[in-house]
Design a protein around this ligand. Sequence first.
Ligand SMILES: [Zn+2]
Length: 159
Amino acid sequence: MNHVGIGYDVHQLVEGRKLFLGGIEIPHGKGLDGHSDADVLMHAICDAVLGALGERDIGQFFPNTDPRWKGVRSHVFLEEASRQVQFRQGKIVNVDATLIAQQPKIAPYIPEMRVQIATALGVQLNKIGIKATTNEWMGFIGREEGIAAMAVASVELPE
Ligand SMILES: [Zn+2]
């Protein structure tokens, strides 16, 4: 049986933080605020995979009140989502995600992001689609106050 899941995440852009998106550090004046490395793209993908399993969000697996996850790199969350798929004898069919950021320019980083995400999930590169768009200077994303990401995942599960 084929199951789909959806994920959405947003983090605030602040001074004094490094910017991690799709598992890579991107040189930028600001970074995303959060308990972990605040990698909004990986978080949205994690929630999409968990959603396809009928599970709740990433925060249920990794509470942001738990000091163990403070500053942790987000590939750990994707690895856990992948383990949850394996527990159920499932298989990730594909993941598609869109990053919404006014700045910085994301396009040059997409090939490496795909590698990082495919590696963390333990799937082939061609199962991971990453796209990026700006918010046309509108709203909080357009004002560069934050970055959002949305993702869908398709997971094959035994009936
Ligand atoms: Zn997040």
